[in-house]
Design a protein around this ligand. Structure first.
Ligand code: CP
Length: 295
């Protein structure tokens, strides 16, 4: 099966082929195609989502698939049914592929090895969010025309970020120069051999892409920084800091956004911000990934 569990270990050729197929779909905007006519795809979200869930649903419908939406909150998960039993149940009903978002890290691989249908990771704990990173790479490649040598700074709550991890693996494979910037408690010790941490000044002034991460308040066991205002002061992309970016540099953020915490309100839709462009690229990227899973 052509599952997509993560980008760690995916080759440059394979990443490029997904980005190229997404470019094809972006150039063919006629609303509904027939590629997946007669296929049933289930969106299984065990954790909340707006962008990922709806762009998968748009992508599935644009490919002509039948779409089933599963929400843990209104399912038998509330009666104690496990993730495995839930996915096996949907598989038994004859679905052809599953999109899955999970709260815990490290469960998906085990689950996929016991399930026959292809599974696509829509975010698993702090491990990976491969379709997010693919749409991020797509946005960068489309804007600059290349990825090799591109200087990308990822700033913020690295420790809890599956977006940072998926971008790290994919950007490194594509030859980009990636740097992290985070306060000490938000760094990821296990990534120390793979990436360099730089100061906020360096992260902002020397990059082609400044990617801000959401401070994930729901994943913090204890306060990892002082007040929101203090975080903004030291690690926020304030209007003053954004003015020190290179003239050609762009701002990215996977969203949802804590406005005036990691990024100032006025920067969210400023000229150099690609935040809503990233969201629009979620649809063609997910079309390419679902098609890959089912063809
Ligand atoms: N960027 C992202 O994954 O957003 P959602 O959590 O709303 O899907």
């Amino acid at each position: 099966s052509k599952s997509l569990l993560g980008l760690k270990g995916m080759s440059r050729e394979e990443i490029t082929s997904i980005l190229d197929r997404a470019a094809y779909w972006e150039k063919h905007p006629s609303k509904v195609h027939q590629e997946l006519q007669g296929k049933f795809v289930a969106n299984m979200f065990f954790e909340n989502s707006t962008r990922t869930r709806f762009s998968f649903e748009v992508a599935e419908k644009r490919l002509g698939a039948q779409v089933l939406n599963f929400s843990a909150a209104v399912s038998s998960v509330q009666k104690g049914e496990s993730i495995y039993d839930t996915v096996r149940t949907l598989e038994s009903m004859g679905i052809d592929a599953g999109i899955i978002r999970l709260k815990p890290s490290g469960v998906l691989e085990h689950l996929a090895s016991h399930i026959q249908i292809p599974l696509i990771n829509a975010g698993d704990g702090n491990n990976e969010h491969p379709t997010q990173a693919l749409l991020d790479l797509y946005t960068m490649r489309k804007h600059f025309g290349y990825l090799k040598g591109l200087k990308v700074s990822i700033v913020g709550d690295i420790k809890h970020s599956r977006v940072a991890r998926s971008n790290l693996w994919a950007l490194k494979e594509m030859g980009a120069e990636i740097r992290f910037c985070a306060p000490e408690p938000m760094r990821a010790a296990e990534l120390a051999d793979h990436v360099q941490y730089v100061s906020m000044e360096e992260a902002v002034t020397e990059a082609d892409v400044v990617m801000m991460l959401r401070v994930q308040l729901e994943r913090h066991e204890e306060s990892m920084f002082g007040s929101a205002e203090e975080y903004r002061l030291h690690y926020g992309l304030t209007a003053e800091r954004a003015a020190t970016m290179q003239p050609h540099a762009i701002i990215m953020h996977p969203a949802p956004i804590n406005r005036n915490v990691e990024i100032d309100d006025e920067m969210v839709e400023c000229e150099r911000s690609k935040i809503f462009t990233q969201i629009s690229h979620g649809v063609p990227i997910r079309m390419a990934v679902i098609e890959r899973a089912l063809s």
